[in-house]
Design a binder for this molecule. Structure first.
Ligand code: ADP
Ligand code: MG
Length: 335
């Protein structure tokens, strides 16, 4: 994210084909350690990829689309878009407790803009390398900017973390801190000129909690990643599990910037956090603390699963707070 991030104005280069574009920007050779045990029998270049699924593992598949002007502001830096388009898919793998392995990329771009493609692919591959993800195929078309990433991961059979699985008296946890991305977006929309770099990074460079998700196999009773706001996404766990919950808002992990806003809708409803929310049988609490300690993960206990359906948020003074649970709905009245 550092250095000169200016992007030259769009330009059509010499006549070049779609194949040349794929070859130049997206056919990156696997790193050595990927080659050894990648499970990629055949990657980019044929009609489809061939992937080897190890015995005893289940294939975990997810897909996410980012549309310019809907999922990111039109002037977002292409390196940020490259990172985020992969990060949101990785976050779904984390929420399933899966180890990400292979991605496919459907890229629709308005023109062959070399600087844009270079920055986008740099952001994408920097994150892919960190998590040993191989790009094994995709589709490239011309049109309004839109990016779809399909992610393929592996989890030992039966160990995937599901939304359904929370039980009465389970504790509710989240990773990291909540509300920073929502605050950054709010400041961008208000055209605040100087926004703290750390806040902007939380919006544009979400860190998928892959290691935490894998560590939660066999420990969490249910899990989800927080893309639409804690209230909405925890609501999905509650609905899928047929339970309710109460949250202690004073226990929400907040950065100083979010705490200073004294606006509970930021950590509860703003979205784009890409932290994990999970539930835990209290008997497993010691295991969780041991993992947190040895791996340096941040897990915060924020509430408890209850019998009565619905979500009750308790303010620090004991009063009830009613969050906007809806989250962002593309087909809702505000979408
Ligand atoms: P087809 O016409 O058979 O669908 P394509 O021209 O769409 O073939 O793709 C050729 C090869 O390039 C395929 O292996 C495809 O998976 C890969 N590919 C196309 N676009 C991308 C992309 N954006 N990123 C990675 N691989 C891509
Ligand atoms: Mg194709």
């Amino acid at each position: 994210m550092s250095g000169d991030r200016s992007v030259a104005s769009p330009q059509e280069s010499s006549p070049a084909t779609e194949f040349d574009l794929i070859e130049r920007w997206f056919s990156r050779p696997a790193s050595l350690n990927q080659k050894q045990d990648s499970g990629t029998a055949l990657g980019i270049g044929d009609d489809a990829a061939l992937l080897d699924i190890p015995v005893g593992m289940q294939l975990v598949v997810s897909m996410d689309t980012l549309v310019a002007g809907v999922h990111f502001p039109l002037d977002t830096h292409p390196e940020d878009i490259g990172h985020k388009s992969l990060a949101v898919s990785l976050s779904d793998m984390a929420a399933m407790g899966a180890e990400p392995r292979w991605a496919t990329l459907a890229l629709t771009v308005p023109q062959r803009d070399e600087a844009w493609l270079t920055a986008f692919s740099n952001g994408f591959f920097a994150l892919a390398r960190r998590f040993n993800v191989q790009l094994v195929g995709g589709d490239t078309t011309r049109g309004p900017l839109s990016i779809t990433v399909q992610m393929h991961g592996l989890v030992p059979r039966g160990q995937g973390l599901l939304r359904a699985g929370a039980h009465l008296n389970d504790l509710i946890y989240v990773t990291g801190e909540l509300g920073d991305a929502g605050l950054a977006l709010r400041l961008l929309k208000a055209e605040v000129s100087l926004i703290d770099e750390r806040l902007l990074a939380r919006l544009n460079w979400p860190e998928p909690r892959i290691h935490e998700g894998i560590a939660l196999r066999g420990i969490a009773s249910a899990a989800i990643d927080i893309s639409d706001g804690l209230a909405a996404d925890l609501g999905h766990i509650l609905t899928a599990s047929g339970v309710g919950a109460s949250l202690q808002l004073a226990s929400l992990p907040l950065s100083q910037a979010v705490a200073d806003c004294t606006d509970w809708s930021l950590p509860l409803s703003a979205g784009d956090d890409y932290e994990l929310c999970f539930t835990l049988n209290p008997r497993k609490q010691a295991n969780l603390l041991a993992i947190a300690e040895s791996c340096g993960y941040r897990f915060s206990c924020i509430g408890v699963i209850e019998h009565a359906p619905g979500l009750r948020c308790m303010l620090p003074d004991g009063e009830l707070f009613m969050p906007d649970k809806k989250g962002y709905d593309h087909f809702g009245s505000s979408g």
